[in-house]
Design a protein around this ligand. Structure first.
Ligand SMILES: NC(=O)c1ccc[n+]([C@@H]2O[C@H](COP(=O)([O-])OP(=O)(O)OC[C@H]3O[C@@H](n4cnc5c(N)ncnc54)[C@H](O)[C@@H]3O)[C@@H](O)[C@H]2O)c1
Length: 446
């Protein structure tokens, strides 16, 4: 099958290379020449294990071509797939300007396509409107085919999907889509366009709610000296709940959850429904990001001149994506309070996204040198497994360690001389200060 893919970012680059691997003839196009030349020379966005190799084999096979939208190319296709960004507007609604211009471009420039496939995340109801506005007159069908891959695991997730959601406007479009995914072993959820769009938003909103919920439980544990690690273990064993997305911390960030949750809230309001639960999720998530600031104030009082290391700027490990990362809210606040901030991330270009007052360091060791406090904001393996004994020696008292991801062992850190704070873990240290037993020991000692 011949597929034109518009947008070669995190999703489009993986989709292009993966469809080529599945035997399709793919033309991947972007409006940004740098994006195209980077991909063509093996410089992939983020840290996607396997993507470089997948792109290289696709290009070598001749089934994958990458180009700028203005470059001359054979633009005939069976399907056009849209993978452009849908960022937030100031209102919280989704900005569909990129989607619209991609559709307009496709109608003018691609010949033979029977349907436009929307992989970008667009609010429920969008597809119906786009179809009526742009496609019906041209006799082109529409398919909503939301994507669920996770950055850092994108290639694996692509080839091992939990489900393939297809909201097709016609039986022929559905048949084409099944042929597109011919080699995937996953349940196909075939539905109408709006329901497919809603599946994507409902999935992200549910996961964001789970994160906000466990953060609220952690905040309560903090006040009641309960052990959040034991609580999440205890509820996570219930198969109706499950243990994923139950780790408390600085909250969700990234290019999807924050904008999609905001967009669903805006969509609800603009359709006469006040989605109170989602509002609370947004409030809780915004509040979680401030926890390190509150702990710093509690320990130091005035923060002017206090040296703090912030470790992890990307919104999660194994990506260089800093979109809506908690550190991007936190660091400017710390700078505002007069703190000397030293930041480190193994992959993200921190200089581009942090205020100039923050010093960007090349290693954990450099960042913690002379610092009185350290905030672990992203649980990169490199950061979690760094030499914390050496870090303690490099730091100055009181060695406040705010573990914003509950990724470190509180007792071990306390033994190294840190004043350890986690999220909902205050009771953990108190209860275990006389024992080196693990969580079973804690449970038995209660
Ligand atoms: N990043 C993820 O993990 C993820 C996961 C699931 C779904 N999504 C959704 O997929 C969509 C794309 O996300 P992303 O992270 O890949 O975005 P991105 O910002 O990384 O990439 C978008 C690309 O589209 C290009 N572009 C913009 N307008 C174009 C046009 N008219 N023609 C061709 N190219 C154009 C941009 O130059 C950019 O390279 C979004 O709607 C997002 O919500 C993302």
């Amino acid at each position: 099958m011949k597929v034109v893919i518009l947008g070669l970012g995190y999703v489009g680059s993986v989709a292009s290379a993966a469809f080529a691997r599945s035997g399709h003839e793919v033309l991947g196009l972007d409006i940004n020449r740098e994006v195209v030349s980077n991909l063509a020379s093996g410089n992939v966005v983020g840290f996607e294990p396997g993507l470089k190799e997948l792109l290289a084999s696709g290009l070598a096979s001749g089934r994958l071509r990458l180009a700028h939208v203005d470059d001359p190319a054979d633009r005939s296709a069976d399907l056009v797939m849209v993978c452009v960004g849908t960022p937030s507007l100031a209102s919280g609604g989704a900005n569909l300007a990129y989607v619209r211009s991609a559709l307009e471009w496709a109608i003018r420039n691609v010949s033979g396509a029977s349907a436009v496939v929307m992989k970008s995340t667009v609010p429920p109801g969008t597809g119906k409107r786009l179809k009526a506005q742009f496609l019906d007159a041209a006799g082109i069908g529409y398919v909503s085919n939301p994507e669920f891959l996770r950055e850092g695991n994108a290639v694996h997730d692509w080839f091992h999907p939990d489900r393939i959601v297809i909201g097709a406007s016609s039986p022929i479009a559905l048949k084409r889509m099944k042929a597109l995914y011919h080699d995937m072993e996953a349940p196909v959820v075939a539905t109408d366009v709006t329901s497919a769009e809603m599946i994507k938003y409902a999935a992200n909103a549910f996961l964001a709610t789970k994160i906000a919920f466990v953060n609220e439980i952690a905040n309560l544990c903090e006040r009641l000296d309960a052990h959040i690690d034991d609580v999440t273990h205890g509820i996570g064993l219930d198969p109706r709940i499950g243990s994923n997305y139950l780790r408390p911390g600085l909250g969700y960030g990234g290019s999807c959850f924050p904008k999609d949750v905001r967009a669903l809230d805006f969509l609800s309001t603009s359709n006469g429904h006040s989605f109170e639960l989602l509002r609370s999720v947004i409030t809780v998530n915004n509040r979680q990001r401030l926890l390190p600031l509150l702990a710093l104030r509690e320990v130091f009082g005035a923060l002017q001149g206090v040296k703090v290391a912030v470790l992890g700027i990307a919104f999660k490990p194994d990506t260089d994506d800093t979109r809506d990362a908690p550190a991007l809210d936190l660091v400017p606040l710390l700078v505002e309070e007069g703190m000397e901030v030293r930041a480190y991330d193994p992959a993200a270009d921190a200089r581009k996204v942090l205020p100039p007052e923050a010093k960007v360091c090349g290693s954990v060791a450099e960042a913690v040198e002379g610092a009185q406090a350290v905030v672990l904001a992203t649980e990169w393996r490199e950061i979690v497994s760094s030499d914390w004994a050496a870090a303690a020696r490099r730091m100055a008292p009181p060695r406040l360690l705010f573990d914003g991801r509950n990724a470190l062992d509180p007792d071990a850190m306390a033994r190294l001389g840190f004043e350890y704070r986690g999220v909902g873990r205050r009771g953990t240290i108190l209860a275990t200060s006389n024992t080196s037993a693990g969580s079973m020991g804690r449970a038995l000692s209660d």
